[in-house]
Design a protein around this ligand. Sequence first.
Ligand code: URA
Length: 460
Amino acid sequence: MISIIHIFNIKRDAFRKLSFFIAQVKYMRMYDIIERKRDGLELTDDEIYYFVNGCTTGEIPDYQTAALLMAIFLNGMSDAEVQTLTFAMRDSGDVADLSGIEGMTVDKHSTGGVGDKTTMIVVPMAAAVGCKVVKMSGRGLGHTGGTVDKLESIPGFCSELTHEEVIDTVNRVGACMIGHNSEFAPADRVMYDLRDVTATVESLPLIASSIMSKKLACSNDSILLDVKFGSGALMQDLSDAVSLASEMVKLGKSAGRKTAAVLTSMEDPLGYSVGNTLEVIEAVRVLKGEQKGDLYEISIELCAYMAHLTSGLPLEECRRLSVESIDNGTAFEKFKEIVHAQGGDERYLDDTSLFEDTAFHSEIRAERFGYIAAMDTHLIGQASMILGAGRAKIDDEIDHAAGIVFEKKTGDYVSPGEVIAVIYTNDENTLYEAAFTIDTAIMYSEDPPPASPLIYDVIK
Ligand code: URA
């Protein structure tokens, strides 16, 4: 039987051929497209499709793709250009067919940060309150972690499911958490790899189209975006994060998806732990109702918005259901069901002492009296990477057990000798550099720092 994906592929290939044909008829040349963008002109839909198709197939050489990316970085794009770029990138590969899932599906995406383990909490919560979730996540790179690495700390957990397995798992247990499918938005892979080495990552139109092309290829009916700002995030300023969130919400809606974005701070690591196994253990604590605070509060809000987008129920009612899913244990049971369905050993969630410990621990202690005024979250992420929990390069091996557990966070008062954090690693040689990096990241003050909100804005 011809599969739906196959039909999509035929359509996509036909579309590519057509757009190349049009391009040839119009004598389109990459040189002219670069020149037009360099001079601040708006690219046409044909030009954008020609560029995206050509860089996906390799017909446009990397140096010309990189030159256009830099011109976009410097001169920006209009809303119409970003929309066409996003749709062209989505159409550069497979588009998931989720029609086999009974009910409306919802996705949640975080723009990334340090200690951000919300997916492992929010996806089971959302499934426990009746949402259907197909969640695709990435691996960690640089100072930020990736949900797939975290979940793979659970022995047996498999993040690669076939299309049939995704449909079956979501119909049976309500959600699945899988890795990015390389067949989705392959143009993004080509462009992202070039952006990474040409200083063009921090471009709003390029970030928005990169994220949303993959979200749209995943085909969930609704999309909730958690757009982070601050020292540990891609966007350092709130105003840039608001612009990115607004652009992505527009893109989601223009593709017919219910889309909203919450703006949350990444001025501090989220919760208390940073590192793969350590974050699974913390997620379990929140799901069991044993830990409140920033991570719990943000998880309640994210789940409430996911349920609100999907069900249309009032937000307050969705908040109540989210809290209830933790209080009555259904969210934690759902996490175990999802992990079990994906081959993971759920006994590790019932008893987190089963997780392997690291060979070396060291305590970071305060050297003075004072309040912790701020943390450089980027440096905290780097310290975690030094300990072995993250990757400097895409093919680096990681140590799942390594990382940091904070005992004190911004706003806490400390006295000399008090433990601020404990670091974990299997490589003794990393202890000194990681401890020094964390020390450098922590700033003190005589007075308590002003309290900051968890959610700064919501864009609908
Ligand atoms: N995450 C993505 O997927 N793409 C970007 O451009 C930045 C962050």
